[in-house]
Write a protein of this length. Structure first.
Length: 395
């Protein structure tokens, strides 16, 4: 089971913000170029610093975030003081007030992004999910100040001054509302068709997600549609969802067929229905090179070499976390392949199919292959055991 992450932050005092139009001349050269890495689901991880601290921190670059945030432990370690606020953040696992540090500076790619209000949040769960220390999230306050080009072919960010932009002649230019998160119109086809807005979310390590309310009110899926219980992790904690496949999605002129889709009971109104029906994540967005221009309300999509990559249809019901440098079984879905094979919460995973690397991402990738026979070596109560498991296909 893919360990999912999406970090759709709806900050109450940001919802009224609208990016201002800018009439600057066409950009021809980036003012900064920086590399990034991709973690599970294509989520973008970049290096940045706060204030005059020399420590390089790991931030998720997230169009699904209405702010800039810093992990609670990281904030304390850096000595960044924060104060209580009435600002509320909604996540998949709950609603929480946050603390703020004001007039902070973000150093990214040689640029200084000044006068930021940075909120503090506990990202320890996400660090365990990804097997990488997550120090924070960079969202709307960064995107509104610059034009950001995301090159998924070369894992590179190119940053330009805000203004009008001369886009490549090929590809597609989308004109989008930003409230303050970008919304993109998508045509969903399954039992019925629905042309609806969805959040454009580079912080979501999944292909597509629909809220249960949107599904029910638009009669998108048959009541007999096959689905599998799974679990996601995000702001506020863990949340069970259902996993299925929709017939097709159309974004502008681009159509994707048989798309793995997460069905989400949105108890905390994270997807803000009826403003949006859910979100489109980086398992689809990474198939394009993107130019994101909030100032002009534009996003340019250019298919890249990943455009025809196959979707992952494997299902294991197994959720692995990195805990104290050990890969641990944290969740087993009842009656799933992992459960039927005899895996238990608290098992330490030593290897998967002969891979003893201890690399969490590699193990998760193998678990996402459909109908794959896997030999998993675990340690349980000090005893080494071999578990044979076969993943299912969700098709």
């Amino acid at each position: 089971m893919r360990a999912l992450f999406f970090i759709l932050i709806l900050i109450a005092n940001c919802l009224c913000i609208v990016a201002q139009e800018n009439t600057a001349i066409t950009q021809v050269r980036p003012i900064a170029i920086m590399p990034f890495t991709q973690i599970s689901g294509g989520v973008i991880l970049i290096k940045a610093c706060i204030n005059n601290k020399s420590d390089s921190l790991n931030f998720i670059l997230d169009t699904g975030s209405g702010g800039v945030s810093l992990d609670s432990t990281t904030s304390i370690t850096l000595g960044i003081n924060s104060i209580e606020s009435d600002t509320v953040i909604s996540g998949i696992g709950g609603v929480q007030k946050v603390r703020y540090a004001f007039d902070e500076t973000l150093h990214i790619g040689g640029l200084k992004v000044e006068h930021l209000a940075i909120h503090r949040y506990d990202y320890s769960l996400l660090s365990s999910v990804y097997g990488e220390k997550i120090d924070g999230v960079i969202g709307y306050p960064f995107f509104k100040r610059f034009i950001v080009q995301i090159d998924f072919e070369h894992n590179q960010l190119l940053i330009y001054h805000s203004g009008k932009f001369q886009y490549p002649q090929n590809g597609t230019l989308m004109h989008i509302p930003i409230n303050p998160l970008p919304l993109q119109r998508i045509l969903v086809k399954d039992k019925t068709n629905a042309d609806f807005d969805f959040f454009f979310d580079t912080g979501a390590g999944l292909p597509f997600l629909m809220s249960e309310q949107f599904i029910q009110e638009n009669d998108i899926l048959s009541s007999h549609k096959k689905s599998y219980l799974t679990q996601a992790e995000g702001l506020g904690g863990k949340k069970q969802m259902r996993l299925t496949v929709v017939k097709s999605l159309k974004i502008g002129p681009y159509t994707f067929r048989k798309v793995p889709t997460y069905l989400f009971k949105d108890d905390y109104n994270v997807t803000a229905y009826p403003l949006s029906g859910g979100l489109i994540g980086n398992e689809i967005l990474r198939r394009f090179n993107l130019i994101i221009n909030y100032g002009q309300h534009e996003i340019h999509l250019l298919p890249n070499k990943h455009y025809y990559d196959a979707f992952e249809y494997g299902y294991s019901g197994l959720n692995l976390f990195l805990v104290n440098d050990c890969i641990m079984v944290e969740d087993v879905i009842p009656d799933s392949p992992a459960d039927l094979a005899g895996l238990n919460i608290g098992d330490e995973v030593i290897s998967v199919e002969g891979n003893f690397s201890g690399n969490l991402q590699q193990y998760k990738n193998m678990l996402q292959e459909p109908e794959k026979k896997l030999k998993i070596i675990i340690k349980r109560s000090g005893v080494i055991l071999a578990i044979n498991m076969t993943t299912w296909s969700i098709l």
